[in-house]
Write a protein that binds this ligand. Structure first.
Ligand SMILES: C[S@@+](CC[C@H](N)C(=O)[O-])C[C@H]1O[C@@H](n2cnc3c(N)ncnc32)[C@H](O)[C@@H]1O
Length: 248
């Protein structure tokens, strides 16, 4: 099982530290997009966390199941109204199985990058394909690697700077690796956490999808179907299960 970077200490403050992402103007377009794809009313969230998307999606009548590694994040989900409608499997979303098939599987908020090797990311696509109904879709929201925004000759760039919180991404270009270093004050105590990621380009994700028997159906820069261009900083991509995966 991969390391759980979302243990008690992170789960305790997760909702508060991501409060901006719970705003209706952020959540509603995501939920609308997923509702439109859920042709049989079922959805599987990989890395469901505390239910930021799963709970409002379930409120729209979709039967949502989630997979997550972190017991601490799931405990936070379970404490929220409406959580009893959502099934959860504790496990690694690259390999865990749920004995159901879904019309849509989704993985938001850069969480594909939590799988830190190419093999794990490929396995995730294969696992998704095994959980999709024919014609079902896999949706990923992930940043475009920010390499062109690194200062010349540098491998570190800040992503958050405020009086109470600092964050820096440290890139390892040779391995497509990235460590996000977070520093914050908690009741007068200085806290820090560093999480490893593997950044991944849209074209590499398309190839992983193809290996798993899926093909690109849509790619946007946002959930309201804004065009994806050379300047886009993130993408929302939809691959459709079209075939059985190749056997060799
Ligand atoms: C950034 S949070 C996102 C939570 C939620 N999807 C949201 O949008 O707020 C990432 C979640 O993915 C989970 N996670 C990371 N890697 C995982 C893995 N390999 N298998 C299962 N869950 C994983 C973490 O435990 C955490 O709950």
């Amino acid at each position: 099982m991969p390391t759980d970077y979302f243990g008690e200490r992170v789960a305790e403050h997760y909702d508060e530290s991501t409060a901006d992402l719970y705003a209706p103007e952020i959540v509603d377009p995501i939920v609308n997009f997923l509702v439109d794809l859920a042709f049989d009313g079922t959805a599987l969230e990989l890395g469901i966390g505390t239910g930021r998307i799963a709970l409002p999606l379930a409120q729209r009548g979709i039967r949502v199941h989630g997979i997550d590694l972190s017991e601490a994040m799931i405990a936070k989900l379970r404490a929220k109204p409406g959580a009893s409608d959502i099934g959860v499997t504790i496990g690694d979303f690259a390999t865990a199985t749920v004995e159901k098939r879904f019309s849509v599987v989704y993985l938001v908020f850069n969480t594909i990058m939590n799988l830190t090797t190419q093999d794990e990311q490929v396995a995730c696509f294969q696992n998704v394909a095994a959980h999709l109904e024919p014609g079902g879709c896999f949706v990923i929201e992930v940043g475009v690697p920010e390499l062109q925004r690194l200062p010349p000759g540098e491998t570190v760039r800040p992503f958050t700077v405020s009086a109470t919180r600092l964050g820096f991404d440290e890139f390892d270009i040779a391995t497509q690796g990235l460590i996000s270093h977070h520093y914050w004050m908690d009741e007068g105590r200085f806290e820090t956490v560093s999480m490893p990621f593997r950044y991944v380009w849209p074209a590499e994700l398309d190839l992983m999808a193809r290996l798993a028997g899926m093909s690109l159906r849509e790619r946007w820069s946002g959930w309201k179907r804004e065009p994806f261009t050379s300047d886009s900083r993130q993408h929302v991509s939809v691959w459709e299960k079209t075939a059985s995966p190749p056997t060799c």
